[in-house]
Design a protein around this ligand. Structure first.
Ligand code: LIP
Length: 281
């Protein structure tokens, strides 16, 4: 079966590279920007086009596989992770960056079987960096092995997070409260690329010691979670327990001690899960 997943991963890399070319091309054109859950939760026709391209190409080769795609879910598809081979796709992670021409935009493709990610592909398409990982076989950027930072001290670390797309005052207060407490540990600095997938690849690359966020979705983190763990990193929930891909909460770090130190400072809250049943009509 391992050979089959390798051919699926090879397909994912090719599809991500092709999608990245479409994204770069679209950056040159006038964009039609639409709103999803709010005026700051954006989507473009390129997000929708790229997701359709990837899904159609996969269906031709793997017709029995299932999909969780950001824009398919936005259009009403179920967001349920079963034991079936499932492609977890964010066609443009960093859509707000894409709309503004801010140069961190990624195509993220995770692949899970029995609810366990078997490979992850994140193509940071403006940087032309192809991050890949297969379970048990390491993590790479453009073919070069990745290793998380060996920094043991959080006071000498860079921590990344995002403000996210919620503008709910209570959630925003918790986001800022967490950032303030972590900044004042103190840490060397706080950063955010504007895309969860790239933030996680920066942890895997060793230039950021940890990334955390509440509010992301399974398609933002599925691929990156394996890239971090295969680079020697640790994943957990913001409450310190095991990472739950559908919970919309994540901590990705170079070590358990730094992850747990961050968890101590986070004012947690629980957004509606990705797999929550739709509200009754
Ligand atoms: C984005 C995430 C980011 C989060 C943004 C947004 P999108 O994903 O990658 O971490 O802070 O609010 O959700 O919507 O660009 O695919």
């Amino acid at each position: 079966m391992a050979d089959l997943w390798q051919s699926a991963m090879d397909h994912a890399v090719a599809a991500a590279r092709e999608a990245g070319a479409v994204v770069r091309e679209a950056l040159q054109d006038e964009m039609k920007v639409m709103m999803k859950s709010s005026s700051v939760d954006l989507v473009t026709q390129t997000d929708q086009k790229v997701e359709k391209l990837i899904i159609q190409s996969v269906k031709e080769k793997f017709p029995t596989h299932q999909f969780i795609g950001e824009e398919s879910v936005a259009a009403g598809a179920a967001c349920v992770l079963t034991d079936c081979p499932t492609w977890i796709i964010d066609p443009i992670d960093g859509t707000t960056n894409f709309v503004h021409g801010y140069p961190f935009v990624a195509v993220s493709i995770g692949f899970a079987v029995n609810k366990q990610v078997e490979f992850g592909v994140v193509y940071s398409c403006i940087e032309d960096k192809m991050f890949t990982a297969r379970r048990g076989k390491g993590a790479f950027c453009n073919g070069r092995p990745l290793q998380v930072s060996d920094q043991k001290e959080i006071s000498q670390s860079i921590i990344s997070t995002e403000f996210g797309s919620s503008r709910d005052p209570e959630a925003v207060d918790k986001i800022f409260s967490s950032m303030r407490k972590i900044l004042c540990i103190p840490v060397h600095g706080m950063r955010g690329a504007g895309t969860a997938a790239v933030n996680m690849c920066l942890v895997a690359s060793g230039c950021v010691e940890a990334y955390y966020e509440i509010g992301i979705h399974v398609w933002d983190i599925a691929a990156g979670s394996l890239i971090v763990s295969e680079a020697g990193g640790v994943l957990m929930d913001v409450g310190g327990g095991e990472l739950d891909l559908m919970s919309r909460r994540v901590v990705a770090a170079n070590s358990r001690s730094i992850a747990e130190r961050i968890v101590r400072e986070i004012d947690g809250f629980a957004p509606q899960r990705d797999d929550a049943p739709p509200p009754r009509a």
